[in-house]
Design a binder for this molecule. Structure first.
Ligand code: PEP
Ligand code: MN
Length: 289
C-alpha cells in the first residue's frame, strides 16, 4: 500500500493496537478476546429476549442484531426498523451489554444513534464513502465489515475514511469474500485477517457465520480465528434457528454457542490470551435500565 494513500490506519513501529471502547466496560483490541453475539435479524420481542438472555448467560460481551437488513431480494424480510432497535436497546440495558446494529444508509444514522452503542457498516456498504464520512463524524464505535469483493487494501482505505474523518474507534471485521468456489457461502480469508492485524493499528475480528454460511463450520472457524490472533468474533445465535427469518442455516443454537464459549478459554490460553472479562455478569436477570 502506498504510504500516501493510507496513513492513519497503519501501525507505526512498536505502536499498540487501538483499544476500542464499546460501553459497559467492554473493549476490543486490548489483547483479550471479545465476543459479539446475537441474531442476524431482530424479529420480535420474544426472540430478542431469548437470544439476549442466552448469549449473556454463555458469556458474550456485546449483543448484535439487525434492524435494517440489506437483503439480496426486495421480497425477503427487511427488518423491523425502529421497533427492532427498541427491542435491542432494551435487552442491552437489561443485560448490561453494549449493542451493535447495522446502519445501511445516511438517512438512518440519527435514529441509530438514539439506540445503539456501536454502528455496524455492512459488507455491501464498505464502499459507501458518504456513509463512511457521516459515521466518522459521530465518534461512535464502528464495526467495519470487509466487502465481499474488496481487497485488503480497499478495506483498509475504507477504514482510513473513518479515521481521516476523526473517528479512530474502528473495529475491522473479516466476514468472508467471494472466490471462484461457491460451495460455501463465502471464503473466510483468515490469512488476510492476520495480515491486516500485522499492518493496521485497528483491532480485527472475524465473523465465522457469514464467512461459512454453515452452522457446523461456525465453531471450528471461530476457534481458528482465535488461534490466528483475531481480537474477537461476531457470531450469529438464534433461539430457534429453524424458524429464523434470516440466515437460519448459519445460526448457532444457544447450546452450541454455550459450548463455543466453554472451549474458547483453553484455546486462547494456548496462545497466551484470554476471553475479555464478562464485565457485568452479575447483572444477568437484573433489570436495571
Ligand atoms: C450482518 O452481520 O448481519 C450482515 C448483513 O453481514 P454482512 O454485511 O457481512 O453480509
Ligand atoms: Mn446474517
Amino acid at each position: 500500500m502506498a504510504a500516501h494513500e493510507a496513513r492513519k490506519v497503519l501501525r507505526g513501529a512498536g505502536e499498540a493496537t487501538v483499544e476500542v471502547r464499546l460501553g459497559s466496560g467492554v473493549t476490543v483490541g486490548g489483547g483479550a478476546f471479545t465476543v459479539i453475539a446475537g441474531p442476524c435479524a431482530l424479529e420480535n420481542a420474544d426472540q430478542v429476549e431469548k437470544a439476549a438472555t442466552a448469549v449473556k448467560l454463555a458469556g458474550a460481551h456485546v449483543l448484535r442484531g439487525g434492524a435494517f437488513k440489506p437483503r439480496t431480494s426486495p421480497y425477503s424480510f427487511q427488518g423491523l426498523g425502529e421497533m427492532g432497535l427498541q427491542l435491542l436497546a432494551e435487552q442491552g440495558k437489561r443485560h448490561r451489554m453494549p449493542v451493535v446494529s447495522e446502519v445501511m444508509d445516511v438517512s438512518q444514522l440519527a435514529l441509530m444513534l438514539d439506540y445503539v452503542d456501536v454502528l455496524q457498516i455492512g459488507a455491501r456498504n464498505m464502499h459507501n464513502f458518504s456513509l463512511l464520512r457521516e459515521v466518522a463524524k459521530t465518534n461512535r464505535p464502528v464495526v467495519l465489515k470487509r466487502g465481499f469483493g474488496a481487497t485488503l487494501e480497499e478495506w483498509l482505505l475504507a477504514a482510513e475514511y473513518l479515521l481521516d474523518g476523526g473517528n479512530d474507534q474502528v473495529i475491522l471485521c473479516e466476514r468472508g469474500i467471494r472466490s471462484f468456489d461457491n460451495t460455501l457461502r463465502n471464503t473466510l480469508d483468515l490469512a488476510g485477517m492476520a495480515w491486516v492485524k500485522e499492518r493496521s493499528r485497528l483491532p480485527v475480528i472475524v465473523d465465522p457465520s457469514h464467512s461459512t454460511g454453515v452452522r457446523s463450520l461456525v465453531i471450528p472457524m471461530a476457534l481458528a480465528a482465535a488461534a490466528a490472533g483475531a481480537d474477537g468474533i461476531m457470531v450469529e445465535v438464534h433461539p430457534a434457528p429453524e424458524a429464523a427469518m434470516c440466515d437460519g442455516p448459519q445460526a448457532l443454537t444457544p447450546e452450541m454457542f454455550g459450548s463455543l464459549m466453554q472451549t474458547l478459554p483453553a484455546l486462547l490460553h494456548a496462545t497466551g490470551r484470554a476471553l475479555a472479562r464478562p464485565e457485568a455478569l452479575a447483572a444477568v436477570g437484573g433489570a436495571s435500565r
